[in-house]
Design a protein around this ligand. Structure first.
Ligand SMILES: Nc1nc2c(ncn2[C@@H]2O[C@H](COP(=O)(O)OP(=O)(O)OP(=O)(O)O)[C@@H](O)[C@H]2O)c(=O)[nH]1
Ligand SMILES: [Mg+2]
Length: 552
C-alpha cells in the first residue's frame, strides 16, 4: 500500500487506514472528482480536522494522498515543471477546505508553478459532507494578463468541467502560442528591474533600459520587463518571496526560459532563487560576462573572459546540482570555457590558477610587443568611453580605417591601434579600447586590467560620450570612476561629445561648450578638425610630448 503524505502525526490507526484505502479508489478521467470520493475526503477531513487531498492523474487514478493541517496542505515533491514547456503536469489536485474558504494564494501558486491540470477545493460541512466546490485552471496568455480562471460550483453533483478534455485543450493552446512565439530559436527572457534603496524610479528605469540593450546584444529575446520597487533588500531572494513568486508565475505563463535580474545577486541569493524555479537565472554581471564570452576574439581575450566567469561562478558552486547547472549555464547553454560544466569546485579552482598563469605569461609578451610597436616614440592617443558611444566609429573617421563598429554593446573587446597623421607631418598612434559600463564587474576589470593598462601609455585620452543619450551624465560619471580606479585621472583628457547629428542644431555644441569638450559627429565627420586642433594643442604645446620632439 502506498504511503500517505504530509501531516500524519497523531492520526489514529483507523484514520490512517482509511486514508491509505483512498489509493484503491478511482474516478472517471473526465470527472474532476466523483461524489463518492469527495464524500470520503470531506468526512475524513472533518474527523481529523485537517485538510485532506488527492492528486489524480489523467486516467483518474489516485497518485498521492496528502494530509495537511486545518489551513493548508503541502504537496509532496512532484518534481519541478520544465521551463518553457507547453505541457501540463497531468495531475489535478482536489483537496478539502474546512472553513468554506475559496482557493488560497498557495493553491493558485501550486497550480501555476507546478503546472497542475487543475486545483479544486471542496468545502466541508459541519456534518462532514461536501459543500461548494472552488475550481481553478491555468489560462493561456491573454490581454488581461490573467494567469488562471476561477469557478465556483454549488455542489459536487453539479461539477460539469471535463478535467481531461480541459487539460488537453489547454495544452494545445499553449503549444500553439509557443510555436507562434518561438522565432529564431532565441532564448526568451523576463527582465526584473530593482528600484528603491537610494535608487530613484527614473534611475531604475534607465538601468532597466540598459539591461534591455545588454540582453539584445547577448542575443536574448526580451518578452517582459518588470520593475520591483523595494525599500529593503531581501537577503534571501533580493526582491522578496511574494514578488519572486509573481515573476515566476508570469514567466511560466509566457513560457520564458530565463530570468535576468538588473542587479547583482549575491551567491546565496542566486542559489535561493535557482531553487525556487526551473528557469535559468542570470544577473547583470553574468549577462555582461556572457556578452564578453560571445564576442571575445583573441586568445588573450577569451582566457580573460573565462577567468572572469569562473571567478564569478566559484562562490555560487554550492547547493543542488540541478540549480547549479542553471546558474552556470549562461545563454544558449554556453557556460564558461569550452569544456562542459565543471561543477566540481576544486577543478574550477585549478582552472582559475591555470588561467591566471597563462594570462600573466601573455601579458609579458604583450608588454614586449607594445614596446616594439612604439619604439619610434610616437605619442599615443587612446579613445575611451561608455560602450556604444561611438569610439570605434570615431577611430575610423579619424584614421580612415574600417574597424568593427556596430549598434550593440561591447562591439570592441580587443584593442586596435592605427596611425594618425596630423598637420605638419606629425604622427600619433590612436588606440580604440573596450567600452566601459556602469558597475563594470570587478572581475572583468581585473581580467582586462592588462589590456586596460595599455591606457597608462597614453599621452592623451579621448573620452567619447554619446551626446544624444539621456543617460549621458551617469555614463560620464561611470567612465570617470573606472578611469579613477585604474589610476588614469592624471592623463590629459578631452571630452568628445559624439552623435550631435541626432540632436537639434546647436545643442551638441552647447553641451560641449559647457563642459569644455568638443562636439563631433563621427558618422557625418563633423567637428573632427576642431578635435584634431585640440589634440594637437594638448599633445605638443601643453602635453607630455615635448614640443618639436616627435615629427615636425
Ligand atoms: N547617429 C550617429 N551614430 C553614431 C555616431 N557614431 C557612432 N554611431 C553609431 O553608434 C553605434 C556604436 O558605434 P561604435 O563605434 O561601435 O561604438 P563603440 O563606442 O566603439 O562601442 P563598443 O565597442 O561596443 O563599446 C553604431 O551603430 C554607430 O553607427 C554618430 O556620430 N552619429
Ligand atoms: Mg567599439
Amino acid at each position: 500500500m502506498q504511503e500517505v503524505h504530509g501531516n500524519i502525526l497523531g492520526l489514529k490507526q483507523s484514520q490512517l487506514h482509511a486514508l491509505r484505502r483512498t489509493y484503491r479508489r478511482r474516478v472517471d478521467p473526465d470527472e474532476v472528482i466523483s461524489p463518492e470520493l469527495a464524500r470520503h475526503l470531506t468526512a475524513l477531513s472533518r474527523e481529523t480536522n485537517r485538510q485532506v487531498g488527492v492528486l489524480l492523474d489523467r486516467k483518474g487514478d489516485v497518485q498521492a494522498v496528502i494530509v495537511g493541517d486545518a489551513r493548508k496542505l503541502t504537496l509532496p515533491d512532484v518534481g519541478r515543471a520544465r521551463a518553457g514547456s507547453h505541457r501540463l503536469r497531468g495531475l489535478r489536485l482536489v483537496h478539502t477546505h474546512l472553513d468554506g474558504e475559496p482557493l488560497t494564494r498557495d493553491d493558485h501558486t501550486d497550480l501555476a508553478l507546478l503546472r497542475l491540470d487543475l486545483v479544486a477545493a471542496l468545502e466541508v460541512g459541519e456534518d462532514g459532507l461536501p459543500g461548494q466546490v472552488h475550481l481553478a485552471h491555468l489560462l493561456p496568455e491573454n490581454p488581461q494578463g490573467a494567469l488562471w480562471k476561477d469557478e465556483r460550483v454549488p455542489s459536487v453533483h453539479e461539477l460539469s468541467y471535463d478535467a481531461r478534455a480541459g487539460a488537453l485543450a489547454l495544452e494545445e493552446e499553449f503549444a500553439r502560442a509557443q510555436t507562434a512565439r518561438r522565432t529564431g530559436g532565441r532564448e526568451r527572457a523576463i527582465l526584473v528591474g530593482v528600484g528603491g534603496r537610494g535608487r530613484s524610479r527614473a534611475e531604475a528605469e534607465a538601468s532597466l533600459a540598459e539591461l534591455r540593450e545588454l540582453a539584445r546584444t547577448a542575443g536574448v529575446e526580451v518578452i517582459d520587463a518588470v520593475l520591483q520597487q523595494r525599500r529593503e533588500v531581501d537577503p534571501r531572494t533580493l526582491i522578496g518571496k511574494g514578488k519572486l513568486e509573481d515573476v515566476l508565475l508570469r514567466s511560466m505563463q509566457l513560457m520564458a526560459d530565463l530570468i535576468v535580474f538588473d542587479a547583482d545577486l549575491s551567491p546565496s541569493q542566486a542559489i535561493h532563487v535557482a531553487e525556487a524555479t526551473s528557469l535559468k537565472i542570470l544577473d547583470r554581471t553574468q549577462l555582461i560576462l556572457d556578452i564578453f564570452a560571445q564576442r571575445a576574439q583573441s586568445a588573450d581575450g577569451k582566457l580573460q573572459v573565462e577567468l572572469a566567469q569562473l571567478k564569478y561562478l566559484y562562490p555560487r558552486l554550492v547547493g543542488r546540482d540541478d540549480s547549479l547547472s542553471r546558474l552556470a549555464g549562461g545563454i544558449g547553454g554556453r557556460g564558461p570555457g569550452e569544456t562542459k560544466l565543471e561543477i566540481d569546485r576544486r577543478r574550477v579552482r585549478d582552472r582559475i590558477t591555470q588561467l591566471e598563469r597563462r594570462i600573466e605569461a601573455l601579458s609579458g609578451s604583450r608588454a614586449v610587443r607594445r614596446k616594439q610597436r612604439n619604439e619610434n616614440g610616437l605619442p599615443v592617443l587612446s579613445i575611451v568611453g561608455y560602450t556604444n558611444a561611438g569610439k570605434s566609429t570615431l577611430l575610423n573617421a579619424l584614421t580612415g580605417s574600417a574597424v568593427v563598429a556596430e549598434d550593440v554593446l561591447f562591439a570592441t573587446l580587443d584593442p586596435t591601434s592605427r596611425r594618425l597623421r596630423f598637420p605638419r607631418d606629425r604622427e600619433v598612434i590612436v588606440t580604440d579600447t573596450v567600452g566601459f559600463i556602469r558597475d563594470l564587474p570587478e572581475d572583468l576589470v581585473n581580467a582586462f586590467r592588462a589590456t586596460l593598462e595599455e591606457l597608462h601609455d597614453a599621452d592623451l585620452l579621448l573620452h567619447v560620450v554619446d551626446a544624444s543619450d539621456p543617460r549621458l551624465d551617469a555614463q560620464v560619471e561611470a567612465v570617470e570612476k573606472i578611469l579613477g580606479g585604474l589610476g588614469l585621472l592624471g592623463v590629459p583628457r578631452v571630452l568628445v561629445f559624439n552623435k550631435i547629428d541626432r540632436l537639434p542644431p546647436g545643442q551638441g555644441e552647447e553641451l560641449a561648450h559647457l563642459r569644455d569638450g568638443v562636439a563631433v559627429s563621427a558618422v557625418e565627420r563633423r567637428g573632427l578638425e576642431e578635435l584634431l586642433a585640440r589634440c594637437d594643442r594638448l599633445l605638443w604645446r601643453e602635453g607630455r610630448v615635448a614640443f618639436g620632439e616627435a615629427g615636425g
